[in-house]
Design a protein around this ligand. Structure first.
Ligand SMILES: NC(=O)c1ccc[n+]([C@@H]2O[C@H](COP(=O)([O-])OP(=O)(O)OC[C@H]3O[C@@H](n4cnc5c(N)ncnc54)[C@H](OP(=O)(O)O)[C@@H]3O)[C@@H](O)[C@H]2O)c1
Length: 281
C-alpha cells in the first residue's frame, strides 16, 4: 500500500471512513465489520469515526473490530460535537468514545465543526486530555483558512495536528488556500467524502468520468478515489460497508493519470481560481 506522511507518521494513503456504519441489521453489521477487517488486514492503518455517527453506533462497531487488533498498529481518530467543546464536556465525550471503542487512547481527537464555544476553551480542554494521556494529539474538522489562522493565534493552537475537510473532484475549493496553507504550516490534511458521500446530489458524475474509467479499465469509484490521491500528500477516508468495495478502494491507491487525462478532468471540474466558501457535508 502506497504510504504518506500523516500526523508525523508513515500512514496508508487511505483511511477507513465509518459514517452510517453500525446502524443496520445483523447482516449489514457483519458485512461492515468484514469490510473494516479487510482494510486493516490489507495495509490500511487509520480509522476515522465520531461520536455523532449513529450516536455512538459507529464507534461501538469499530470497537468490536479493533479489540482483536494490536492497538499500536493503526491510528484511531474520533470527533466530538461542537456543543461538547468545553473542557468538561470534552472529557465526558472522550471517555464515552473510548469506552465504545474499547481502547484507552485516541491518536487524534477532532472538533467536528466550529460552534459557539470559544476556540481558546476547546484547545485548553484538548491539551488537558493530551496531558492525561487519553489522546496523543488533536485536530479540527470543517475549518477554512481563516478558522485555521484564528486557531494559530491562540495559546497552544499551534499544536493542532490536522484539519479534515470535504474533498472530491466536484468539491475542490480547499485546493486554493486551505491545502497550501496547511502545507506551509506542516499540518496534515484529511479529505472526506471522496465519492461525494451516499447521495449523488453532492457529486454529479460527468460523462468524461465514466468514459475515462472505461478506457482505464477501472470503476468510476476507483477513478474518483485515485484522482483525490493524485499528487497531494493527503489522507482520503472512503467509507464502505462491503469487503469487495474495500478491496477495490485499496486497488485505487495505485491509479495514475497522464497530464492529458488530468487536463480533461479539469475541464469538467475546474480548479478554484479564488478563495471559495468552505463546502461541508
Ligand atoms: N468531518 C466531517 O465532517 C465528515 C463529513 C463526512 C464524512 N466524513 C468522514 O469521511 C468518510 C467518507 O465520507 P462519506 O461516508 O460521506 O462518503 P464517501 O466515502 O464519499 O462515499 C460512501 C459511499 O460510497 C459507496 N462506496 C464506497 N466504496 C465504493 C466502491 N468501491 N464501489 C461502489 N461504491 C462504493 C458506499 O457504499 P458501500 O458502503 O455500499 O460500499 C457509500 O454509499 C465518512 O465515513 C466519515 O468517516 C467526515
Amino acid at each position: 500500500m502506497k504510504s504518506i506522511t500523516f500526523n508525523h507518521q508513515n500512514t496508508s494513503a487511505i483511511g477507513i471512513g465509518t459514517w452510517h456504519i453500525g446502524e443496520g441489521n445483523n447482516k449489514k453489521t457483519e458485512s461492515e465489520m468484514a469490510a473494516i477487517r479487510y482494510g486493516l488486514d490489507h495495509g490500511i492503518n487509520v480509522i476515522d469515526t465520531a461520536e455523532m455517527y449513529g450516536e455512538g453506533k459507529s464507534e461501538t462497531l469499530v470497537g468490536n473490530v479493533i479489540k482483536n487488533y494490536n492497538r499500536q498498529d493503526f491510528q484511531l481518530i474520533s470527533k466530538f460535537y461542537p456543543y461538547h467543546a468545553t473542557p468538561k464536556l470534552i472529557e465526558e465525550s472522550l471517555k464515552a468514545s473510548l469506552k465504545r471503542l474499547q481502547t484507552d487512547y485516541l491518536d487524534l481527537y477532532l472538533l467536528h465543526w466550529r460552534g459557539q464555544t470559544p476556540l481558546v476553551e476547546t484547545v485548553a480542554g484538548l491539551e488537558r486530555m493530551v496531558k492525561a494521556g487519553l489522546i496523543r494529539n488533536w485536530g479540527v474538522s470543517n475549518f477554512d483558512r481563516k478558522d485555521l489562522e484564528e486557531l494559530l493565534s491562540i495559546p497552544n493552537g499551534e499544536n493542532c495536528r490536522i484539519n479534515e475537510d470535504l474533498y472530491n473532484i466536484g468539491s475542490r475549493g480547499i485546493e486554493y488556500s486551505v491545502l497550501p496553507w496547511q502545507k506551509e504550516h506542516h499540518m496534515s490534511f484529511i479529505g472526506y467524502s471522496p465519492f461525494g458521500s451516499d447521495d449523488s446530489e453532492y457529486l454529479k458524475i460527468q460523462p468524461i468520468v465514466t468514459e475515462m474509467a472505461q478506457q482505464k479499465h477501472i470503476t468510476v469509484h476507483q477513478l474518483l478515489l485515485g484522482w483525490v490521491l493524485r499528487n497531494h500528500n493527503l489522507l482520503s477516508i472512503p467509507k464502505t460497508g462491503s469487503p469487495e468495495h474495500m478491496e477495490s478502494n485499496i486497488e485505487a491507491v495505485d491509479v495514475t493519470f497522464t497530464a492529458d487525462e488530468l487536463e480533461q478532468l479539469d475541464k469538467a471540474y475546474p480548479a478554484p481560481k479564488h478563495e471559495e466558501t468552505l463546502e461541508m457535508i
